[in-house]
Design a protein around this ligand. Sequence first.
Ligand SMILES: NC(=O)c1ccc[n+]([C@@H]2O[C@H](COP(=O)([O-])OP(=O)(O)OC[C@H]3O[C@@H](n4cnc5c(N)ncnc54)[C@H](O)[C@@H]3O)[C@@H](O)[C@H]2O)c1
Ligand SMILES: [Zn+2]
Ligand SMILES: [Zn+2]
Length: 341
Amino acid sequence: MKAAVVVEPNKVEIQDIGIPEIKGDEVLIKVKTVGVCGSDLHLFKGTHAFRKPPAVLGHEVAGEIIKIGNDVTNFKVGDRVTVEPHIGCGKCEYCIKNLINLCSNKCVPGTESWGGTFADYFNAPQNKVYKIADHISDEIATLIEPLAVGIHAIERISVPERDTIAILGSGTIGLLTLVAAREAGYKHIICTDTQPFNLKMAERHGAALALNPLEEDVAAKILEFTNGRGVDVAIVAADSKVIVDQAASIVRKRGEVGIVAMITQQIPVNTYQFVFNEISLFGAMTYETKDFKKACKLINEGLDISDFITQRLPLNQSQQALDILSEKKENVVKVIVEVNQ
Ligand SMILES: NC(=O)c1ccc[n+]([C@@H]2O[C@H](COP(=O)([O-])OP(=O)(O)OC[C@H]3O[C@@H](n4cnc5c(N)ncnc54)[C@H](O)[C@@H]3O)[C@@H](O)[C@H]2O)c1
Ligand SMILES: [Zn+2]
Ligand SMILES: [Zn+2]
């Protein structure tokens, strides 16, 4: 089968590799569409925490089951599905609490033990597989995984007030966090981005205020909007040297800052803002199964986020698909790679 492999940093090759063998509890999926994710860019550039070249790209997927293992009871050949792409060790303290995202020995795609989704076929155990509703397209179903990231970021918040939230960065993750915040009942959502196109998208999906840090004083505007109080929560969904300080400067006393972005270098942080205003800081890593199920439900019930898909390319143009997201020379939110269409 064909697969897009990062052979060395900044180089993708389409290679012919073996079709995955399935175990008794696994299904074999003919891949239809896959999403290009920020973490694929990290694998591509060699900056990912644990995905290292050579590796097949991808973990966001929609496709059709073409084969099932002997022990598979929940699915049949022909089912259209997506996959929650992580498998915990099942034994550690975190797996026992259903926190697979925190398992130190979890298995994820694009590593030695599991292929990637940028391939003709992808295997997964049945308990990680979810059906796609008939009327939902493959490409929209591909957004279930990143939507689960946004849902998890919102679920991690412990400040009870749901009045104002700021989301710094309106790429795929920031925008899907906006959608999750809206669904969770936040009254006023403020988004930032350096790209006018992404700001328009945020406004279209419910942001009350969309600010460009290159053109305006984000902190001043947010304080003005909140009558000097600051937002209850700020979620960091972009990588920048000053973004954690910026988040702390717009959060109210006893508010919270959540980091979902993978900030790949060490950055200085003004701790005084956290101390003097008793601000809490949390991280949000992928999702729990309950978040993934919630994302499936929202999408299967027809959540309209089709305009987040801005480019579609075939598998043999995977390198270009990564370049579009990386270079941002054109308007982009989510790039979809079409595999077997
Ligand atoms: N925690 C997790 O589990 C998880 C999962 C997926 C992605 N991520 C990370 O989340 C981040 C966002 O992912 P994405 O797919 O949306 O990436 P993306 O590149 O599509 O989006 C980032 C957005 O931030 C904007 N931006 C850049 N500098 C900014 C600034 N100073 N202020 C405001 N906006 C700015 C960009 O224009 C872009 O629209 C990445 O770091 C990614 O690695 C984390
Ligand atoms: Zn992803
Ligand atoms: Zn574990």
